[in-house]
Write a protein that binds this ligand. Structure first.
Ligand SMILES: [Zn+2]
Ligand SMILES: [Zn+2]
Length: 502
């Protein structure tokens, strides 16, 4: 669980809908104000590296506009834990622990710089001794972004909290960032060394240190990058439920890790224990029957119940999937005696941060999905155009094949894999194909907030006002997910905005 603090460096997050206030995906900002605990204010104040100061939702109405890019400037360290790649001792900011190797840890910069085997799954620990959140192997990541802003080589000028008179040579003078350093012995990567053009010494200023921002960039240069990062592996900035959402009986979950990842986590003596039979439930949907005193969960999956560590269970937060899980029967309810108290805070909600990853893992982990080694739906989910092409070359009639009730076009639309969408449409994929919920590719693109894909579908003549079984047309979803771009596309294509649900 990440406790949000001033000084943390952030990027846009899962519910971002503020266009280019941040200057584009990957641009960094600094949290300068966090409301007091218990306050009804659920927004944090950020100064973007461009100097713009704005407020963002941090759990307000369940929405998180930001993710933590680096917690180190807020002084977070992991005592006695050393980065096994760069040797940083102790690890500052978030800690990444390999699930395949014994005692192997990375710091955030090393994790993001692709140190260690990319096929190994990790758990992320946000603070010393905190709950571990599993993240999928980096080789399976569906998304990468490039960090930009005040990084080495950036051209900067004095910013909002400047208090150093004319140490920069005077108002409006520019300088060049040399490197990120520690500010005041406790704000790691919370200071920035700058060489001002008209001054001879190199001096250090705050960029997160003391929750302040002394310098901002003047323009974005190509060589001033903070490297790539995995947005979906970062914690969301949430002051309402900081990652620790206790699971309770009745909640819908899926055990959704690779076999080895699951085995390693269950095998760890902290957790629920491993049983070879467990592999058959990977990727399936279940419901929690009971929570033990030590936090282990009894999960009912297809009529049997299993004990899982909470870190292995991911909340199914996609209503489309959740509806498919049967309710508990009265005998299940009796089984959940009074031993659960809801006090064991575990972080699996953070695990389910992206519906996207859920789909990928389900498709990867569900036994019986792989019909032969190549599967067009999985390839579409993974963005593997070459595999999609290969499958269709051998089996041109498989273009609308369903796996788990979904077609390749639907999945590719959801993920925004434009090249695959184009290719599938060229190969006569059914542009109006419905799944068992009545959702069409237009619905999927809208669920994924993929406005560019939506545009392609509508140009291809996809039906725009068709309703799914819940009575929702794409316009309802676009509005409901606060996707301004998708709403605009639909309106531009003459969608009926007054259309009623059912
Ligand atoms: Zn490192
Ligand atoms: Zn490893």
């Amino acid at each position: 669980m990440v406790v949000v603090k001033p000084g943390m460096r952030v990027v846009r997050g899962p519910d971002w809908n503020s266009k280019k206030q941040d200057n584009g995906e990957g641009f960094l900002g600094t949290i300068i104000y966090v409301p007091k605990k218990g306050s009804s204010d659920n927004k944090v104040t950020v100064i973007w590296d461009s100097g713009r100061e704005l407020r963002y939702r941090a759990g307000h109405d369940g929405k998180c506009d930001l993710r933590v890019f680096d917690a180190a400037p807020a002084g977070i360290i992991h005592k006695n834990i050393v980065c096994d790649s760069c040797g940083d001792d102790p690890i500052k900011g978030m800690r990444w622990k390999c699930c395949n190797c014994k005692d192997y840890n990375l710091c955030t910069p090393c994790y993001m710089q692709n140190k260690h085997d990319l096929s190994h799954g990790f758990v992320r620990m946000d603070m010393d001794q905190s709950v571990a959140y599993p993240v999928p192997p980096r080789s399976k990541a569906t998304k990468m972004a490039t960090a930009k802003g005040v990084f080495p080589n950036a051209e900067v000028m004095r910013g909002p909290h400047w208090k150093y008179k004319n140490e920069d040579g005077g108002e409006g003078e520019v300088g060049k960032v040399i490197k990120l350093v520690t500010w005041n012995n406790n704000s790691y990567r919370g200071g920035v060394q700058v060489k001002w053009k008209s001054m001879s010494d190199i001096k250090t200023f705050r960029l997160g240190g003391e929750g302040c921002v002394d310098v901002i960039y003047t323009r974005v240069t190509e060589d001033a990058s903070g490297g790539n990062y995995y947005p979906e592996h970062l914690p969301r900035v949430d002051v309402v439920s900081p990652g620790a959402v206790p699971l309770k009986p009745g909640d819908k979950v899926t055990v959704n890790l690779s076999l080895q990842h699951l085995k390693t986590l269950q095998d760890n003596e902290m957790y629920g224990g491993w049983d070879e039979e467990m592999k058959q439930v990977i990727g399936k949907l279940g419901r929690i029957i009971k929570k033990d005193q030590d936090g282990d969960l009894r999960v009912k999956i297809e009529g049997n119940s299993w004990i899982f560590s909470p870190v292995c269970c991911q909340v199914v937060d996609d209503p489309k999937l959740a509806d498919k899980i049967p309710q508990l029967t009265s005998s299940d309810e009796e089984d959940s005696d009074g031993s659960m108290d809801g006090s064991v805070g575990t972080g699996m909600n953070a695990v389910a941060e992206s519906i996207a990853q859920l789909f990928v893992d389900m498709l990867r982990g569900t036994p019986g999905v792989d019909q032969g080694k190549e599967n067009i739906v999985q390839a579409a989910a993974n963005g593997e155009l070459a595999v999609v092409k290969a499958v269709l070359k051998s089996y041109p009639d498989k273009v609308d094949q369903e796996v788990e009730g979904k077609s390749a076009l639907q999945i590719a639309c959801y993920y925004g894999h434009k090249d695959i969408v184009d290719f599938l449409l060229e190969n006569k994929a059914d542009v109006n194909k419905t799944d068992s919920e009545g959702d069409t590719p237009v619905h999927y693109a809208t669920f994924g907030k993929e406005n560019a894909i939506l545009e392609i579908l509508l140009k291809m003549g996809a039906k725009k006002d068709v309703k799914n079984k819940k009575g929702q047309a794409a316009i309802h979803i676009a509005v409901g997910t606060a996707s301004v771009e998708c709403t605009q596309v639909l309106v531009n294509h003459g969608c009926d905005v007054s259309i009623q649900v059912l």
